[in-house]
Design a protein around this ligand. Structure first.
Ligand code: ATP
Ligand code: MG
Length: 357
C-alpha cells in the first residue's frame, strides 16, 4: 500500500516476554500519538535478540509473541500501522552487510550505547561478533523503510546518529549527493535515503527500580506492562532511597521523585510539584506514602492495558498475533525490497533481480 504520509520506523528487541514502563514513556507514547499522522513501521528485532540469547530460541519466539501482544494491548493498531518481523525481511540482512562497509570498525566499537550495554549486561569479553554488529543491523532496520522519524529512548541516540552517518555517506558515495548538501535536503537532492531523526520520548531515560541503570528488560529492574497490581506495588516497595524518616529532607531528584515526575506529573502536574516540595522539605512525607501513591497512578495507567492483554492470552491470542505478523511481513517486504533495489542500483550491483531455484 503506498501512501503519502511521512514514515516512522521504530521497534523493540524480544529479550523478555513483554514491555516495561520505560518503553511506555520512552517510545510507545510517541508511537501512539503519531500513529495517524505517519505511516508507521514497528519492528520486532528478533534476529538481534540472538546477540545475547543465542542459545534460547524458544524464549525468543515466546518473547516475540509476548511483545506483539503488548503492542496490541497498548493500542498500536495493525490496521493503521505495519508490524514488521525482522527475521522475515531478507532485505534487512542484505543492507546490513552493505552498510557495514560504510562504518569504520573502530567507530562501532566506540559506540557509547554498545559500551554501556556490554558493561551493564555483564557481557565481558565473550560476547559474539554479532553483538556489535547489531548496531550496523539497526541502521538497516531503519533505513530499509526510509523513515523520517525514529521514536526512541535516549539510550538509542548513538545508534540513530550512526544510522544518519551511514545514510549520509551512502547518498554521497553512491547517489552523487554533494558533501555540502544539508541532511534535511538529501532525499530531494537525489539521495536514496532520507536522513532520519530520533524523536525522544517524554521521559528520555526512565531509571530502573535498582535506582541506577536505565529500566531494561535484561537487567531485572523493570516494571512490566503486564505485571499485576500487586506485583507493581511490590516492585515499588522494594525501591531504596536511603532516606530514614518522613521528616528527613529528601533528594528531589532521587528515583522516587523521578517516578513522581514521570507518572504523577503526566496526569496531575500540580500534585507532582506539591509532593516534590514536601519531600524535599521533609514535610512529613514518607517514602512509603510516595510509593503507595505511585502504585495507584501506575496501576490506573496499566489496568486497561492488562485487560486488553488478558484477552490475548493462550493459543487464540497467539493465532491473532501470528496473523498480524503475516500481514505485516507482506506489506513490509514490499517497501524493504523497493529500498534494496534502489540501493543496489545506486551501488551498481543491480543485475536483474533475484531468481531462486
Ligand atoms: P534490552 O535490555 O534487551 O536492551 P530494553 O529494555 O533496553 O531491552 P529495547 O528493546 O532495547 O528495550 O528498547 C526498545 C525501545 O525502548 C528503544 O527505543 C529504547 O530507547 C526504549 N527504552 C528502553 N528502555 C527505556 C527506558 N528505561 N527509558 C526510556 N526509553 C527506553
Ligand atoms: Mg536496549
Amino acid at each position: 500500500m503506498s501512501t503519502s504520509k511521512p514514515r516512522i520506523l521504530t521497534g523493540d528487541t524480544p529479550t523478555s516476554t513483554g514491555l516495561h514502563l520505560g518503553h511506555f514513556v520512552g517510545s510507545l507514547e510517541n508511537r501512539l500519538a503519531l500513529q495517524d499522522a505517519y505511516d508507521c513501521y514497528f519492528l520486532i528485532a528478533n534476529v538481534h535478540a540472538f546477540t545475547t540469547l543465542a542459545e534460547k530460541p524458544a524464549d525468543i519466539r515466546a518473547n516475540t509473541i509476548g511483545i506483539v501482544k503488548d503492542w496490541l494491548a497498548v493500542g498500536l493498531d495493525p490496521d493503521r500501522s505495519t508490524f514488521v518481523l525482522q527475521s522475515e525481511i531478507p532485505a534487512i540482512a542484505e543492507l546490513t552487510f552493505l552498510f557495514a562497509m560504510l562504518i569504520p570498525f573502530n567507530k562501532v566499537m566506540r559506540n557509547p550505547t554498545l559500551k554501556t550495554e556490554i558493561e551493564t549486561k555483564g557481557l565481558g569479553e565473550t560476547y559474539p561478533f554479532g553483538f556489535p554488529m547489531y548496531a550496523v543491523g539497526q541502521c538497516a532496520d531503519i533505513l530499509a523503510f526510509r523513515p523520517e522519524l525514529v521514536p526512541v529512548g535516549e539510550d538509542q541516540e548513538a545508534h540513530i546518529e550512526m544510522c544518519r552517518d551511514v545514510a549520509l555517506k551512502f547518498n554521497q558515495v553512491y547517489a552523487g549527493v554533494g558533501n555540502r548538501v544539508l541532511a534535511d535536503d538529501h532525499f530531494k537532492s537525489g539521495g536514496v535515503f532520507p536522513i532520519p531523526k530520533a524523536k525522544i520520548g517524554r521521559v528520555a531515560r526512565l531509571v530502573g527500580t535498582d535506582g541506577t541503570n536505565k529500566m531494561s528488560k535484561s537487567l531485572g529492574n523493570a516494571i512490566f506492562l503486564y505485571d499485576d497490581a500487586k506485583t507493581v506495588q511490590k516492585k515499588l516497595n522494594k525501591i531504596t532511597t536511603g532516606r530514614q524518616s518522613p521528616t528527613e529532607p529528601g533528594d528531589p531528584t532521587n528515583i522516587l521523585m523521578q517516578y513522581v515526575d514521570a507518572f504523577i506529573g503526566a496526569a496531575n502536574p500540580a500534585r507532582a510539584a506539591e509532593l516534590k516540595a514536601k519531600y524535599a522539605a521533609g514535610d512529613n512525607i514518607g517514602d512509603g506514602h510516595v510509593k503507595a501513591e505511585l502504585g495507584e497512578v501506575i496501576n490506573a495507567l496499566l489496568e486497561p492495558m492488562r485487560a486488553r492483554r488478558a484477552k490475548l492470552e493462550g493459543e487464540q491470542g497467539d493465532a491473532i498475533v501470528l496473523d498480524v505478523i503475516r500481514r505485516g511481513v507482506k506489506k513490509a517486504n514490499v517497501v524493504a525490497e523497493e529500498t534494496l533495489a534502489a540501493a543496489k542500483k545506486a551501488m551498481k550491483i543491480d543485475f536483474g533481480g533475484r531468481t531462486v531455484g
